[in-house]
Ligand binder design. Structure first.
Ligand code: ATP
Ligand code: MG
Length: 395
């Protein structure tokens, strides 16, 4: 079957010393998880070359690669025979198929690794520029800031490609342990997920659902968010914890101004239980310092004290504006702003404590005796799975 070729550039992986092979293996694995076992990935001098059946659409490959951490850029590439004639012929064909615009500027980026090749990279650039001029007479050369670039690399083989698409950078997921993300329907937690995954953490998601106080639509919204972030996470499970009775118990027994704190403590306790079972060693949340009443240092310090797991808050130093910008880039923003609130007003106190006394609040939490509610919630938990292309699959 006919196949097509993509050149993939790795970012930070290439700076890794002794561990480089491990990171690379993980990256290849993650790409294959998305594009299937038939995807063939070969390495040559700091580049990966992906060969895949023509039947897989460019859009699918693009979605797969642009969401895979460890990749900084990629481009559909073409292999040419290793003679000047064959190179010029191939360049002509590529330019005709993926035409540059008719106006603007271009440059040729030629690299010759194989020094035995008959032309120097400069000489090759001149010949290729002539081809471009012949096909697009109104384009002019601009070496500093061109609108279009034609790349050519003369290595063991010869590769030609046009402008590359951006990858997300970072390190391949699953190269840095496992975490549990507390995923709400808001703007912040999906962004926190991307930040943690970017450094290689493998994440599954937990959502606390208080039906009927939080609606079916709210759950659907969280499922959509999980599906949008799943490609970045290399696939993810979504654990839906039914926590209505837990919320009602807190509402009935807790000091009113501490209800949010008590809920947060229960979330962390529950997440810790799930994390232990799934061998995850961190909890990730979308909290940012001082964004709301429960996100003060004292409140965060209280929730941290409820678990031995590391609690990571990747957004701690980000403004809402910056968070929104990232949410738009990853495509979660439009879903996050849908109007189904994840936490019903009846559970939010009018005047929440902002500077709790850690020891006092811990005693108050213990007095609530939440363990049974947490056991029950975990027993009745539902699990959904979104594969590395973001499609929901039955487990
Ligand atoms: P977000 O935009 O992520 O909802 P937020 O600014 O609304 O955050 P909070 O509602 O206080 O802030 O939540 C802080 C964090 O707690 C969230 O980012 C998320 O990690 C977690 N969280 C809140 N509600 C839930 C829930 N129902 N299920 C799971 N996690 C939750
Ligand atoms: Mg929220």
């Amino acid at each position: 079957m006919a196949s097509k070729l993509y050149l993939i550039k790795e970012g930070e992986i290439s700076l890794k010393g002794g561990n480089r092979a491990l990171f690379e293996k993980r990256l290849r694995h993650n790409i294959k998880d998305k594009l299937g076992k038939d995807a063939n990935i070969e390495k040559q001098k700091g580049r990966l070359y992906l060969r895949i059946s023509e039947e897989v659409s460019d859009e699918r490959v693009s979605k797969a690669l642009s969401t895979t951490f460890g990749i900084t850029g990629f481009a559909r590439s073409y292999q040419a025979g290793k003679s000047v004639e064959e190179i010029l012929e191939k360049a002509r064909q590529v330019l005709k198929e993926h035409s540059f615009g008719s106006t603007g500027t271009f440059k040729i980026d030629a690299r010759r690794e194989d020094k035995s090749f008959e032309l120097s990279s400069y000489e090759l650039s001149i010949k290729l520029a002539e081809v471009v001029h012949e096909l697009f007479p109104s384009l002019s050369v601009d070496l500093k800031d061109p609108d279009y670039t034609l790349h050519i690399e003369v290595r063991k083989d010869v590769y030609i490609y046009l402008d590359s698409e951006k990858g997300p950078g970072g390190l391949p997921v699953q190269s840095a342990g496992r975490g549990m993300l507390l995923l709400s329907g808001g703007i912040d937690s999906p962004v926190a997920a991307i930040r943690a995954a970017k450094r290689g953490m493998k994440l599954d998601c937990i959502y606390f659902h208080a039906y009927p106080y939080t609606s079916d639509e709210a759950l659907e919204k969280v499922k959509s968010l999980a599906s949008i972030i799943a490609p970045y996470l290399g696939g993810t499970r979504l654990y839906v914890v039914p926590f209505t009775d837990g919320q009602l118990r807190i509402k009935k027994l807790a000091y009113q101004d501490e209800t949010t704190l008590m809920f947060r403590a229960s979330m962390v306790k529950t997440a810790e239980r799930i994390a232990r079972e799934k061998r995850a060693s961190a909890i990730v949340t979308g909290e940012a310092l001082s964004q709301v009443a429960s996100q003060t240092l004292e409140a965060m310090s209280f929730t941290d004290s409820m678990t031995d797991l590391l609690v990571l808050r990747p957004l701690v130093g980000m403004d809402k504006e910056e968070i929104i910008k990232t949410a738009k880039e990853i495509g979660t923003y439009e879903t996050s702003i849908l109007p189904y609130e994840d936490c019903c007003v009846i559970f939010s106190p009018k005047h929440p404590v902002t500077h709790p006394d850690k020891q006092e609040s811990r005693k108050h939490y213990m007095a609530l005796e939440m363990d049974e509610e947490i056991d029950k919630a975990i027993r009745n938990m539902e699990v959904f799975y979104f594969n590395p292309m973001g499609e929901e699959e039955r487990l």
